[in-house]
Design a protein around this ligand. Structure first.
Ligand code: BG6
Length: 518
């Protein structure tokens, strides 16, 4: 069926959104300050916050890492990465101011003395930079160091009692939070010996994306969608996170221990699923939102290994080409074992066991080396109960679809049937389209920018809570256990540059649907 596009008229915002959220004075300590995440994401995000006037003027940033750097060396390194990542006409002017807030503390993560020294540095900064004892500790380090660092922070009295409002200390924990249910529980337990849940900020950068936050705005800031948002009207839901990238940047060794199921599904896809399926929260406070999200995760199925075989496809890419460039197969990537069974693609068919969604299939797919980068959520609505118009049905569930485009071309579109002009009663699919780029004059902030600001403001809404993490792991661990059992089916294959294996198509055609073509 052919398609036509009908743009919706929107009111463009003519002025940049007001930036009024300035946090209290504080020091941000970056553990892993010399690493890739700090260079590519965290420091640029802090710089952009400074550019936008969202960093308090009494603020210091302390990089903590093993290397024997000085403040000057750290500044020179960050200058290079900021010039590359951010730049802009006001760069030099802002840099001078930003650089005066940067400091380096050298130490190994398991050396108690390093933390006492760090405390002295922070106390000196409180005096020289007016940071008033407030601290954010950001753990941008390998997961095996999370517990060590948190324990040492506690040991050096760098964590304040949480009951006291001022000064405050908050700890940001990067992913992966555990590698299965048991390790996530053990880590949560260790964390809880030192920190109260109100001091813990577990990052899932998808929650920092403007379009991901807009899922709640679209659902609960309008009345026109929500009445249709359940088993009576929704035929099925597809969540796609497609990536072109393979194992670039030397990620092969890490990835081969994690796989897509841990790297993407346990966190980002479970979050997208929760937001699209949750009940309305009573308000937008962190706990109200997280209470509803966790209920979705608790409604995930309890699968036997045979259920996993029937409902989950795991696959690896073989050599192929993307945009005309030849790329190697997964097992030939640097750092990947030649006989690896790790998944670079996962597709899942699941049903949520709750009142709103019982019987509605949710199809999730994500993979590396797919033809393009695209993240979207599509709600497929049911066909009308009777066919009044000339049937076009090809056995598919109908054309009413609401698609939330998370990235790129951020926006949403609604497709429906319209009568083709003329004497016949024939219909054609048309589409109303909303694009962020057109509707809002300002580009959305980077996910890390928003998340770092929220940590400084003490807003945990966009961070995952213990029970959320554990509920997601419970489901994922049942899949991992099935895959790891003796005699489990081996991963299937798909050529790099294709939309995944045939087995994933079979997963969805069972329900009379097909994967959307993106
Ligand atoms: C990360 C994963 O969390 O998310 C990567 O570790 C993945 O493997 C990345 O490429 C995708 O993030 P984004 O923001 O580019 O969609």
């Amino acid at each position: 069926m052919s398609e036509a596009t009908t743009p919706i008229e929107v009111n463009p915002l003519r002025e940049a959104l007001p930036r009024t959220r300035v946090p209290e004075p504080c020091t941000i300590v970056l553990f892993g300050a010399t690493g890739d995440l700090a260079h590519r994401k965290l420091v640029p995000a802090l710089f952009r916050l400074a550019q936008g006037g969202n960093l308090p003027s009494e603020c210091a940033i302390v990089g903590f890492a093993r290397r024997d750097w000085t403040d000057e060396a750290l500044r020179a390194e960050y200058h290079k990465s900021l010039a590359r990542e951010v730049g802009g006409p006001d760069f030099d002017e802002l840099w001078a101011q930003f650089a005066s807030r940067l400091f380096f503390a050298s130490g190994t993560f398991d050396d108690p003395q390093a933390y006492f020294k760090l405390r002295q540095t922070l106390e000196a900064l409180d005096r020289s930079h007016g940071t008033r004892g407030n601290r954010v500790f950001y753990l941008a380090v390998a997961p095996e160091f999370f517990a060590t660092i948190i324990n040492h922070l506690g040991g050096a009295d760098l964590i304040y009692p949480w009951q006291e409002e001022h000064p405050w200390s908050r700890v940001v924990i990067e992913k992966p939070f555990g590698h299965d249910l048991e390790s996530a529980r053990a880590l949560n337990l260790e964390v809880s010996h030192v920190l109260d849940e109100s001091q813990v900020y577990r990052i899932d950068h998808y929650l920092g994306k403007e379009t991901v936050q807009n899922i709640l705005a679209l659902r609960f800031g309008n009345t026109i969608f929500e009445p249709l948002w359940d088993r009576r009207y929704v035929h099925s839901v597809q969540v796609t996170v497609a990536e072109e990238v393979g194992m670039a940047g030397g990620r092969g060794a890490y990835y081969d221990t994690a796989g897509t199921i841990r790297d993407m599904v346990q966190n980002h896809m479970m979050q997208l699923l929760s937001l699209v399926a949750m009940e309305p929260p009573v308000d937008l406070s962190a706990d109200a939102v997280r209470n509803e999200k966790v209920k979705v995760l608790q409604a995930l199925p309890r699968w036997t290994p045979e259920d996993v075989d029937r409902n989950v496809v795991r696959a690896q890419y073989t050599a192929g080409s993307i945009h005309g460039a030849e790329v190697p197969g997964y097992r030939d990537e640097k750092g990947v074992a030649p006989d690896s069974r790790t998944d670079s693609y996962v597709a899942i068919r699941l049903e949520l066991n709750n009142w709103r969604w019982a019987g509605v299939p949710f199809f999730l797919r994500t993979g590396k080396r797919l033809p393009k980068r695209a993240t979207e959520i599509a709600l497929q609505f049911r066909r009308p109960p009777t066919e009044l118009f000339d049937p076009e049905s090809d056995g598919q569930p109908g054309t009413n679809q609401l698609v939330l485009r998370i990235q790129p071309n951020e926006g949403a579109s609604l497709s429906f049937e319209a009568k083709i002009p003329g004497s016949r009663r024939r219909l054609q699919e048309v589409r109303m389209d909303f694009r962020y780029g057109t509707a809002f004059a300002v580009p959305p902030p980077e996910a890390y920018e928003r998340l770092l600001l929220d940590v400084m403001l003490g807003d945990q809404s966009l961070f995952t809570r213990t029970d959320e993490v554990q509920s997601a792991w419970r489901f994922i661990t049942s899949i991992l256990d099935a895959w790891n059992r003796p005699g489990a089916p081996a991963p299937v294959e798909y050529p790099a540059g294709s939309w995944g294996p045939h087995e994933a198509d079979a997963l969805i055609t069972r329900d009379g649907g097909r994967w959307r073509r993106l």
